[in-house]
Design a protein around this ligand. Structure first.
Ligand code: XMP
Length: 329
């Protein structure tokens, strides 16, 4: 029987004891529930001696970096540093079509950006008399992640390595601090709500580290990213308006390779092909495609056709996992 009040008190005491009076902690946040709850717990325990870093990799959801900044800073009082690295990421991704290469580039670029920011923060911190040096790295690992990384050897095994951002803490000589490592997802959500994290964030669908880059089949360009972001925003907006957001485990728009012919007004348009995906799953290891009403899909298709320039076709993906994966790459 899990007692949340007791958990929070115990965890805050544990963090304070580990870190000490002057110790400092750094950690990456993504805007997802796990990293936000972990960050908020840190803020409660040690205030501004916790430094959160958000790297905007240019392949986040539309306006995501801005929204995360607002929620974490103004809303939750977390000491947040935003690194706008969109151009660096898109530059390094230019012309790269192979999914694993894309993941590697994004992972490595993330590490570069994070380390650079961490050094900057450490230097600034060294000049603050009340604080010591940064010795700790916060990670929002949950209990299932701990178990999975020990026992799971399925096809997604490599995918799960994102929980341990490329061995970054060890590489930087930092010790790991994992305040959520005994918790399940539903407990993290409950904890988040009790810490004052907005409902919308607490129930946010998962979003992959390599972001929209794995939802664009083939090479990534700023134009393709814009199309996916806009289509995705419309799809999610309509899902929320229909009251289906919580029923669906994960939903998003993706971009297929190549172009197709469509007709806009009396003009033939050689445009992009958007695929919509929405799944229901309990563990993300298997998943079923969500069955929308035809009228819902027609509405989303109309909006995307009218509002997103350059789209000629909208498809709805009905393959379950397996044989498909949830993401397209
Ligand atoms: P798949 O596509 O393997 O996705 O069925 C299962 C869950 O994992 C997420 N996913 C990723 N998360 N980095 C991440 O951080 C990745 O490279 C990655 N690939 C998939 C996916 O969004 C889904 O929730």
């Amino acid at each position: 029987d899990w007692n949340m009040g007791a958990f929070v008190d115990k965890e805050i005491a544990r963090i304070r004891a580990l870190v000490g009076d002057k110790g400092q902690v750094i950690g990456a946040v993504s805007g997802g529930v796990d990293s936000t709850v972990a960050a908020k717990l840190m803020q409660e325990a040690i205030g501004d001696r916790f430094h959160a870093v958000l790297v905007d990799n240019g392949v986040l959801r539309k306006d995501e970096a801005k929204q995360v900044k607002k929620t974490l800073t103004a809303g939750l009082g977390i000491n947040l540093n935003v690194v706008d690295a969109s151009e660096l990421f898109l530059g390094r991704l230019q012309g790269v079509a192979d999914p694993e290469k894309k993941r590697k580039i994004i992972g490595n670029t993330f590490i570069d950006c994070f380390q650079e920011k961490a050094h900057e923060i450490a230097e600034a911190a060294a000049n603050t008399p009340r604080a010591g040096k940064i010795e700790w790295f916060l990670q929002g690992t949950l209990y299932p992640d701990v178990i999975e990384s020990i026992s799971f050897k399925g096809p997604s095994a490599t995918i799960k390595t994102h929980h341990n951002v490329g061995g970054l803490p060890a590489k930087m000589g930092l010790k790991l601090i994992e305040p959520l490592r005994e918790l399940f997802k539903d407990e993290v959500r409950e904890l988040g709500t009790s810490l004052g994290i907005p409902e919308e964030l607490v129930w946010r669908h998962p979003f992959p580290g390599p972001g929209i880059a794995v939802r664009i089949i083939g090479d990534v360009t700023a134009e393709k990213v814009r199309i996916v972001q806009e289509a995705d925003q419309i799809f999610i907006e309509e899902i929320r308006a229909a009251g289906l957001y919580r029923e669906i485990s994960q939903a998003f728009a993706a971009l297929m390779e190549g172009k197709a012919v469509g007709v806009v007004g009396d003009q033939r348009l050689h445009g992009h092909i958007i695929a919509l995906r929405a799944v229901v799953t309990s563990d993300f290891m298997t998943a079923d495609a969500f069955e929308f009403d035809k009228s819902f899909l027609r509405k989303v298709k109309n909006r995307i056709g009218n509002e997103v320039a350059g789209v000629a076709r909208v498809l709805y993906e009905i393959t379950s996992k397996p044989p498909a994966t949830i993401e397209f790459e």
